[in-house]
Structures are given as structure tokens and as C-alpha cells.
Ligand binder design. Sequence first.
Ligand code: PMV
Length: 314
Amino acid sequence: MPKSLKIKTSPSLALIKYWGKQDTKTNTPATGSLAVSLEGLTTETTITLANEDAVFINGKAQPAERFAPFFHQVRKSLGTKHAFHADSHSNFPVAAGLASSSSGFAALAYGCAKLINPYCHENVISSLARLGSASAARAVFGGFTLLEQGSLNAEPLNIAWPDLRIIICIVQSGPKEVSSREAMERARHTSPYYSVWLEQSANRFPQALEALKKTNLSLLGPLIRESYLGMFATMLTSQPPVLYWQPDTMALLKTCEILRHEGYEVWETMDAGPQVKMFCLKDQLENILSGLKNRYPDIQLLVSKPGPAPTLCP
Ligand code: PMV
């Protein structure tokens, strides 16, 4: 058994959002999600067998209680008494609404599982990753993925869409004030629109899956937009409300709409944070990027495309 290994993962960006827990104990999702792994954004984690669990993110020790249920289940499921030391570094802002918990927990689950059992199946790893963060269940696979409502693990989708591009507009890189975990629980308990969100999400999911299988952005785009706006409707109507948006967020959403009116096929989404992500096709990328750079020279823009599955580093 190797004592240490290094694993590289990419975050999982949802086109159709998971928002709300079906069961808090198992951390199963109340809504099905469809996502894509983001090439070029990476989390590299070195996992070592240790006497005591410890997690460091970009050099900072993390609170043990956040990871205790995860490690407990990892040991139970893998049949080991070992503890784990994890040292994780991401090349993009963490805890800022850029899905760092998805790549982080996917790396952690992948690394722990492969250290104990090199033949551990990806479905088992996905199920372990879900305990840390449900979106991490998806980040265990590359490309496009699906995590069904109430499901224990995500599934990879056999969809090739090499021309899809994702523009990530970093409005603010500091950590957010309310975690997605807390925000979605607040929405579940207090938003009068939460039940509507669940109902509409269930209707939207099969339509979006069909549009994704057809790799048809004009069909998928409106569903991507409905999904994130429905999710934010539950946040804005929570008690107290969760307000992740910054003035630049709103300006970017408006610009995306203007670009669409100008004839560009570009559709935005957001997660639990102020950043705006836009989906477009390769042949329109440069024009859309210039449209954004001309209007917002100070906003950092990253360009990504469907990314790889986790890899073990030599
Ligand atoms: O997996 P968590 O707890 O980080 O929640 C992720 C929630 C969203 O990013 C807003 C949506 C999603 O499906 O990734």
C-alpha cells in the first residue's frame, strides 16, 4: 500500500443546479443536476496516511468538525482504521462560488480511496465525495455528469461537446460570507418558493438532459438560465435573505442579455457567490470576450472547456 499520493481534480460547474438537501444526514440532493468539469481550473491534493486526520487548504488548517463525518464514513466504507493528512492547493479562488468544494472533496475522496484500495470503483468514490459536498460527487468524473435527485453517486454522461466554452468572470475573489451548505438549508427551511423550486427543477431536468444530449446551446441556454434564477429566487426569499450578488454581477448579467440581443449564443449561470459564468461556442468566443473586456477591463476572465477526469500525479 503506498503511503502517499497526489491527485489532480477539476471543479464541477452545474448547468442545471443542485440546491437543497433531500436528506441532511446522507447529503443527498433534493434536485437533480447536470454539470461539466472545468478544464484548466485545478485542485492538487497530496494525501498521506497519518495518525490523525488533518486538512490544509492553500496552507491553512481547516476546522476538523467540517471533515469529521466525511473521514468517519471513508474509514467505514473502505474498511480501514487509517487516518489521513491532506494538503490541497487550487489555482483559482476557493470558497468564492467557483465550485472549489467540488474539486476539493472529489480529490480527497479519490485520494483516500485509492490509497486504501487502488481498485476502488468510481461510483464508490463519488458516493464518498458526496458526503463532503454533493457537487463533489460529480467532480469524480470528467466531462459532463449527472447527479439525480436523491442519488448517492453521480454518473458520467457519454457526451462529447469539444466546442463548448465557459467564460468565468471573477467579480470578487474573497471568500463568501454564507456557505452554500448554510444558504441552501436556510432556503429549505424559510423560503416560501422552495417547494416551487423543487417542482420546477424536477420538470426542467429531463428537458435539459435532452438538450444536453443534442449539444444544442439554443435549447439548453434558456433552461440553464431558469435553473440559476430559480435557485436565487429561493435565496432572495429566505429569512434572512442571502445576497451574493455584487453590482458587477448585475452588470455582467445585463451584458450577457445584450450580447444575446446582438445575436450571440451566450447564456450565463451563477453559483453560491458573486461570480458569473457564461456558456458559448468556440466560434463566437473571441467576439464575446472582446465585448466583455471592452466593457469591463478590470474584471478577470478565465476561459475553460469540458475538462478531464481526476488524474493521479506521478
Ligand atoms: O456541493 P455544494 O454544497 O458546494 O453546493 C453546490 C451548490 C451549487 O454550486 C450552487 C450548485 C451545484 O449544483 O453545483
